[in-house]
Ligand binder design. Structure first.
Ligand SMILES: Nc1ncnc2c1ncn2[C@@H]1O[C@H](COP(=O)(O)OP(=O)(O)O)[C@@H](O)[C@H]1O
Ligand SMILES: [Mg+2]
Length: 289
């Protein structure tokens, strides 16, 4: 179940204290003993039981009786801590509606200075271990709970967005990050796959605009690595390229193959839908040349 505005609004500061205590101790314990939570929160036994009952009912914490009585933060509990921190910081005043559920993220609208988008990263163990994220991003902890892996993916995307945006690439403006959640500006458009252009000329302008952005990104040291009609947003002839956590550098050993695949996805899409004939080679020369 994704996080709801209610989940956040009804989270009492003592509930948050319990979540924070468990989060902190999960770096040391697979299951955090109840006694440790009691010591660190300084709650009475009855207060603690009440709070644990509440956060468990919200599916933010789960418990185990084996190997001993202990508690773990769930993905939802971790997401709730991040979103609450953004509320506390004043980045947003309330969580809004869900606007996208991807393989590795959940995206919400939120109320901030205007509409803000929150991208909650959620990467699984398998993709963390495979090519998507390099081992360099794994902290040197003895015990690394998987809920924290998503934070590394969020950081990677946030840092990329900052550089790309400063460098003039059309991307959402990154506002702030907390744990696995990025706050960014809302893009008033639709995904490219859902857009229909008025004329082939308009489609051609948009294709050129995408390639122009890919060139700027390349010159800044970024190859997208998941470019497709699903990760480009458009409004009339304006273009934004989104979803950057898996970017690679131009010196990556497979950089050329990755870039060809990215560009092939886009030229293939415009060929199929608008009969625009641009070869991958031509696109490549525009980006790298
Ligand atoms: N800044 C934004 N403004 C508006 N919609 C967005 C924004 N970022 C993401 N979205 C929507 O959420 C979807 C999922 O986001 P994306 O970054 O592509 O993550 P995923 O890895 O799950 O595909 C996008 O396809 C888009 O429809
Ligand atoms: Mg996407």
């Amino acid at each position: 179940m994704p996080l709801s505005a209610d989940d956040i609004r009804t989270l009492h500061k003592y509930d948050v204290a319990v979540l924070l205590s468990i989060e902190k101790q999960m770096k040391r314990y697979n299951w955090v003993p109840e006694e440790n939570i009691r010591k660190s929160t300084k709650f009475s036994q009855s207060e603690l039981e009440f709070r644990l009952g509440r956060v468990m009912a919200k599916d933010m914490v789960k418990s185990s009786t084996l190997p001993y009585d202990g508690y773990q933060l769930t993905f939802k509990g971790y997401d709730a801590l991040a979103v609450s921190a953004l509320v506390k910081r004043g980045t947003i005043s309330a969580l809004g509606t869900l606007i996208g559920v991807g393989k590795e993220s959940t995206v919400y609208e939120a109320l901030g200075m205007g509409t803000v988008v929150l991208k909650v990263h959620r990467i699984g163990q398998r993709s963390f271990q495979s090519a998507r994220l390099s081992r360099d991003y794994m902290p040197e902890w003895k015990h690394f709970p998987w809920i924290f892996a998503s934070t590394e993916s969020a950081k990677r995307e946030f840092e990329a967005l900052k550089v790309l945006q400063k460098g003039g690439v059309s991307v959402p403006v990154p506002l702030t990050i907390n744990r696995n959640v990025i706050a960014m500006t809302y893009i008033p458009g639709v995904n490219l796959n859902q857009s229909v252009f008025e004329s082939p000329e308009d489609a051609e302008v948009v294709l050129d605009e995408i390639l122009d952005n890919m060139k700027k990104a390349y010159d800044l040291g970024y190859i997208h690595n998941d470019l497709s009609e699903y990760n480009v947003m458009v409004s009339e002839k304006n273009v934004w390229v989104i979803d950057w956590p898996q970017w690679v550098e131009p010196v990556h050993p497979n950089a050329e193959d990755i870039l060809r695949r990215d560009l092939g996805n886009i030229t293939g899409y415009f060929k199929k839908k608008y009969r625009i004939d641009m070869s991958v080679e031509e696109a490549l020369s525009k980006v790298v040349g």
